[in-house]
Design a protein around this ligand. Sequence first.
Ligand code: C2E
Ligand code: MG
Ligand code: MG
Ligand code: MG
Length: 280
Amino acid sequence: QAKAAGRNAMCFFDPDMQEVMNARVILESDLHKSWERNEFVLHYQPQVDGNGVVGAEALIRWQHPRRGLLPPAEFITQTEETGLILPLGNWVLEAACIQLATWSERPETAGLNLAVNVSPRQFCQPDFVELVISTLERSGADPHRLKLELTESVLVHNMDETIAKMTALKAKGVGFALDDFGVGYSSLYYLKRLPLDWVKIDQSFVRDVPTDANAATIVRAILLLAKSLELAVIAEGVETAAQRDFLVKHGCTAYQGYLFSPPLPLDQFEEFMAGRDGQR
Ligand code: C2E
Ligand code: MG
Ligand code: MG
Ligand code: MG
C-alpha cells in the first residue's frame, strides 16, 4: 500500500510531468493576461476561384510577448478548456465583421467574403444566433458576406438545435461551411440534412493528391457527392500546381492554400488585393 502510494507520489513529482504542468499553468496565465492586453490578431488567407480572389478566411494568431507569433495549435485547445474561447470567439467575430464592413467600402475589396471559424463551445451557446445578428448589425457588415465555418464536433451535440440555429442565421443571409470535411464521421444523412452552403475538403486529402490513389479516390468522391447535394466545395491546403490541376479536372471550383498565398497580416492581405486588382 504505502509502497504504491510512494510510487504514485514519485510519479507526481516526475520532473517531466512537473515541467508539462508548469508549462500549462504558465500558458493559462499568459492567456488571461494576453486577453487583457489585446495580444490576439487575425490573419487573412485568400480563397480563390477560376477568376481570382473571392474571399478570405480569418485565422487567429497570438502575438506572445516572449514566444513571438503563435498559431492556434499552440493555444486554442486551452482556450476551449478554460472557457476563454467564448470572449475570444466573440472578439474574432466582431473583428471580422468590422473588417468586412471596412472592405465593402473600397473597390479592391468590396466583393470579398470572409470566413470565420466557430468553435463548438461558442456555437452551442444558447444566445449564439442573437450574438451573430447583433454583431453584424453593430458593425454594418453585409450578412451575405459572412461565412461561418463549423467542424463536425458541433454536429454531435444536438442536431435539431444545430439546424435551427443555422436556419435562423441563413434567413439573415449568413452562409455555412463544413470545415475539415472527410476526417470525421459525418454520415451522408447529416450532410444532406444540414443547411450547408459549402464543404471544405480537408487538407490531409488534398496533400496526397494526385500521387496517392486512395486520397485521389476520396477527393473525387467528395466532389461528386457535393455536386449531387448541390453544395459548393473549397479545397484547403492546396500547395502545388499538380494538386490544383487534379482538383480542377475533377470539378472543384474554389481553393485555398500556400500555392495562392499563406495567411497574411491585414496590411499584406490588402496589398495582395491591390496588386491583383487588375486580374479580377
Ligand atoms: P482550419 O480552419 O482548417 O484552417 C486551415 C489551416 O490550414 C490554417 O492553419 C492555415 O494556415 C492552414 N493552411 C492553409 N493553407 C495551407 C497549405 O497550403 N498547407 C498547409 N500545410 N497548411 C495550410 P492555422 O491558421 O494554424 O489554424 C489551424 C486551425 O485553428 C484552423 O483550422 C481552425 O480550426 C483553428 N482556428 C483558427 N482561427 C480560429 C478562430 O478564430 N477561432 C476558432 N475557434 N478556431 C480557429
Ligand atoms: Mg477553417
Ligand atoms: Mg479546415
Ligand atoms: Mg483544420
